[in-house]
Design a protein around this ligand. Structure first.
Ligand SMILES: [Zn+2]
Length: 309
């Protein structure tokens, strides 16, 4: 789930050129093909009729939305997605970048398979604030601040933001959830799920455009963060009970910074080991502390505090 516009400020100040993407989540297979140049690929897409839309994997609520004549859906199909939209220009951009993000994010899962292939994921695109409100109201368990979200293999994407980078950052965030849902047989802890989505949301769009950036520069000092005990144990999003404190925004930021800390300041071999333990079904918190050698959460918070300073 993507919160409305929290990190737009961070997208400004990113300058230095580096390579693309997260280091591999899992060890790269020796002799494997080099990563595809995502900036060059031009995914195939075609308009399809409503009758041609595959419905495998859709929930009753998805089908109801798809069949609702008020939306006047048009349908665009790519290798991995069927997009439902009412404006071709934005949908074509989502289709093209969506496929590029899919390639880039799945390239970081080199030893894993897309478990749903060849079934395509659906992307519903909303450009009208009123219809988005209706979707949020009709989705049980969804927090009212949700700007876009993924449920299983289906993405509900709202076109919001002032510029292409904002909009495509949201797409990259949601695409991370979608790809992980398709590839991983496990559910990641909330902080890791949102932290990775924020991490890709920040970097994937510029990378797909061939615009590199210094990742380290994206992690400017963080004035406030969610206490790591709360973050690491969280199974639901925090409540914004105090109007002066953006608890939800802090939760997303802290999750992203913790992923950045593990990715940029710790050995990649540890990340691979940690991720493999998650895939084996180990308790995430135990796996995190044991793999990185922190005796407890306080020990982690001590080094994390230096990173965010
Ligand atoms: Zn999310």
């Amino acid at each position: 789930m993507k919160k409305r516009m929290i990190f737009c400020g961070l997208l400004l100040g990113l300058v230095a050129r580096t390579g693309w993407a997260l280091p591999p989540v899992l060890p790269t297979v020796p002799g494997a093909a080099p990563a595809r140049d995502v900036s060059q690929s031009q995914p195939a897409m075609r308009d399809i009729t409503a009758a041609e839309v595959e419905r495998t994997g859709l929930l009753p609520a998805d089908i109801e939305l798809l069949d609702n004549p008020a939306y006047k859906w048009q349908h665009l199909q790519t290798e991995h997605f069927i997009l439902h939209h009412d404006q071709k220009m934005f949908a074509a951009k989502v289709a093209r970048l969506g496929e590029q993000f899919y390639q880039a994010i799945s390239a970081d899962l080199p030893q894993m398979k897309d478990r749903l292939s060849p079934v395509r994921s659906h992307i519903f695109i909303f450009r009208d604030a009123r219809s988005w409100k209706a979707v949020v109201a009709n989705t049980p368990g969804l927090d009212p601040w949700a700007a876009s979200f993924v449920r299983g293999p289906v993405m509900y994407l709202q076109e919001i933001g002032t510029g292409t980078a904002d909009k495509m950052g949201t797409l990259a965030h949601e695409m991370t959830h979608l790809v992980f849902n398709r590839f991983l047989p496990i559910r990641l802890p909330l902080w890791l799920n949102e932290g990775l989505a924020e991490y890709y949301g920040e970097f994937a769009y510029r990378a797909a455009r061939g615009m590199g950036q210094g990742k380290r520069n994206a992690f400017r000092p963080l004035a406030r963060w969610t206490p790591l005990t709360d973050l690491l144990h969280a199974t639901s999003y925090p409540l914004n009970t105090d109007p002066k404190v953006d608890a939800v925004g802090q939760f997303y930021a802290t999750s992203k910074y913790l992923v950045g800390f593990l990715q940029l300041k710790q050995p990649m071999a540890k990340w691979d080991e940690f991720f493999n333990r998650l895939l084996d079904g180990d308790d995430p918190l135990t796996a995190l502390l044991e793999t990185y050698g922190w005796t407890d959460i306080a020990a982690l918070e001590k080094v994390f505090a230096q990173f965010v300073r």
